[in-house]
Ligand binder design. Structure first.
Ligand SMILES: [Zn+2]
Ligand SMILES: [Zn+2]
Ligand SMILES: [Zn+2]
Length: 153
C-alpha cells in the first residue's frame, strides 16, 4: 500500500513533478491551502500565507487550478470558493444548509448534451455543473428532530 503523504507535501510534489519550482512563498501558500479541510476564499489564504503577497497567492492558486489540484465552487449566492478536490473531471454537491461541498465524478453529461449541440450547430467544449440541496447529515438531523417531536407530542 502506498503511504499517504500529508496534503501539503502531496501538493508540492505534484507541482514539482509537473516542472514547477516551489519557492518559499509558494510553499507558504500550499501549506495554508492544505490546512483547510473545507472550501476557502483567496482572501483567507492571503491573510494566512503571509509574508507571501497577494499576487503570489493569486498566481499560485491559478497554477493549482490549471494543474487541476484545486477547483472552483460556485456557491448558490454567486460567490466563488476554492477547494482541494478530486483530480480529473468532477462536479460538486453543495449543501445549502451546512455549506458542505462534496465532489462527485462519473458524470455522463457529454452524452446527454451532444444532441443539444448538434441541434444548435454548436461545438461543445466543456461544461460545469453544481448541484444544490441538502446533504445526508442535514437530512438525518431533520428526520431525528421530527422523530423526537412525534414522540413528545
Ligand atoms: Zn471539486
Ligand atoms: Zn448539510
Ligand atoms: Zn461533467
Amino acid at each position: 500500500m502506498v503511504e499517504q503523504l500529508p496534503v501539503a507535501d502531496r501538493l508540492e510534489e505534484h507541482l514539482e513533478s509537473s516542472g514547477h519550482r516551489v519557492t518559499a512563498p509558494r510553499r507558504a501558500v500550499l501549506r495554508s491551502i492544505a490546512a483547510r479541510a473545507e472550501h476557502f476564499t483567496p482572501d483567507e489564504i492571503v491573510e494566512d500565507a503571509r509574508p507571501a503577497g497577494r499576487a503570489t497567492v493569486f498566481r499560485t492558486m491559478r497554477l493549482l487550478q490549471d494543474e487541476g489540484i484545486i477547483c472552483r465552487v460556485l456557491m448558490r449566492d454567486g460567490s466563488l470558493r476554492y477547494r482541494v478536490g478530486e483530480l480529473g473531471h468532477h462536479h460538486h454537491l453543495i449543501c445549502m444548509e451546512c455549506g458542505d461541498v462534496r465532489d462527485f465524478s462519473g458524470c455522463d453529461i457529454p452524452a446527454g448534451v451532444q444532441e443539444i449541440g448538434e441541434m444548435a450547430g454548436f461545438e461543445i467544449q466543456g461544461h460545469s455543473l453544481e448541484l444544490y440541496g441538502r446533504c445526508a447529515r442535514c437530512r438525518a438531523r431533520e428526520v431525528a428532530r421530527e422523530g423526537s417531536s412525534a414522540v413528545t407530542t
